[in-house]
Design a protein around this ligand. Structure first.
Ligand code: SF4
Ligand code: SF4
Length: 374
């Protein structure tokens, strides 16, 4: 099982799509849900409980999460000194990566660093100077011996040219990201769709960009004999190549991937912190392998591509913060992403037959924080 360990709800950045949106959405009361807005700002349970909980699952993976988890470096050290999961991972904005000693950083199996693309775009979304500091830190941890998977995790929305920005990350020689994942800022807030241009951006820029990216991805396989870890493409191609009949929610939330709140209660996904109706249990008395499962409901259950999409996002499916039409616009991006990969499948199969790449090259660690469906 995978567990996001939410160390804090505090963050040291004020990104447009997160901090900015909380102000725009201030009048939205989330009325259909009983939400505990008084969760401790920092993790406040005994770490021995977490160590014990984790010890009951031989496959336990703990991923530090926030807010920004690295504002809790002491807590990270304490947990890493006491718990013995199969792997530790972290999702961070990267600004404080230099504050954790290499003896801890080098134990991470995977580090997901939020970066939206090049310097201009990252600093536009995340604040001036963010890009440079993050890149300096990433270079530092590699210099200090980190050899795990380093994933650039992009948030994509209207200022993003997805083809250009992913390609920029892939082509960049200055810093060593081994993989790229992107996630759409879609369906998380209630009031944003009406004032944004999501529909026209997704149709005119994003979808054509993804198609181009899929072509580039396979061209790259042809030329370099290497399968780039572009997670949304990789995850879908992996399923199609293996002939998978059905995919459950690909981020794993609610069935293989859970989140532990700062007070020790377990919820299906990190975005669902405080949603009391979905509290599963507390780490003091839960067994990691016996947690209740939560699956997506309509409209996903009636969708003709549920078997490959998996439902995209449990949080969006449950909260339905975007209207039906807006939801359908997001689904269109999923449909087109799947089509873009399907279109390239004959070329990929040919490359496998010609032994330019192998099926093994499409393997990856599932549920590692990359949701696959953006
Ligand atoms: S495409 Fe949309 S409706 Fe269909 S399974 Fe995915 S998220 Fe659900
Ligand atoms: S995709 Fe949705 S359900 Fe999955 S982790 Fe992200 S917010 Fe949670």
């Amino acid at each position: 099982m995978f567990f996001h360990v939410i160390l804090t709800t505090e963050c040291n950045l004020q990104c447009r799509y997160c901090f900015g949106e909380t102000f725009e959405d201030f009048d939205e009361d989330f009325a259909d849900f009983d939400v505990d807005y008084a969760l401790p700002r920092k993790v406040n349970y005994d770490f021995k409980l977490l160590a014990k909980f984790c010890s009951e699952d031989p496959e336990c993976v703990l991923t530090f999460y926030g807010g920004e988890p690295l504002v809790c470096t002491n807590e990270i050290r304490q947990i890493m000194d006491s718990a013995k999961p199969r792997h530790f991972m972290i999702q961070t904005n990267g600004l404080l990566l230099d504050k954790l000693e290499p003896e801890y950083v080098n134990r991470f199996h995977t580090i997901l660093v939020s970066l939206d693309g090049d310097e201009a775009l990252t600093d536009y979304y995340r604040g001036v100077g963010t890009f440079r500091k993050v890149i300096d830190n990433v270079k530092l941890i590699v210099k200090n011996g980190f050899r795990g998977e380093l994933i650039a995790r992009m948030t994509a929305m209207e200022h993003t040219d997805i083809y250009q920005q992913v390609k920029w990350l892939v082509d960049n020689k200055e810093f060593p990201f081994s993989s790229v994942h992107w996630q759409l800022n879609a369906g998380f807030w209630a009031n944003d769709y009406a004032r944004r241009n999501f529909k026209s951006w997704s149709e005119d820029s994003y979808v054509p960009g993804v198609e181009r990216l899929a072509r580039f991805w396979v061209d790259h396989m042809e030329e370099k004999r290497k399968v780039l870890k572009l997670y949304p493409l990789l995850g879908i191609a992996n399923s199609l190549l293996l002939g998978e009949k059905e995919s459950l929610l690909r981020c794993g939330s609610g069935w293989i991937n859970y989140s532990i709140q700062t007070d020790g209660y377990i919820v299906p996904c990190p975005a669902m912190w405080g949603m009391k109706n979905y509290y599963l249990s507390h780490i003091s008395n839960a067994h990691p392998l016996k947690l209740k499962k939560t699956f997506v409901d309509a409209p996903c259950t009636e969708c003709d591509i549920l078997n490959v999409c998996g439902g995209r996002c449990l949080y969006a499916n449950i909260t339905k913060r975007w209207s039906k039409d807006a939801y359908a616009t997001v689904c269109n991006t999923v449909r087109e992403l799947v089509n873009a990969v399907k279109k390239e499948l004959p070329r990929i199969n040919e490359l496998i037959t010609d032994e330019k790449v192998s099926l093994n090259d499409f393997k990856f660690m599932k549920y590692n924080g990359c949701e696959i469906i953006p």
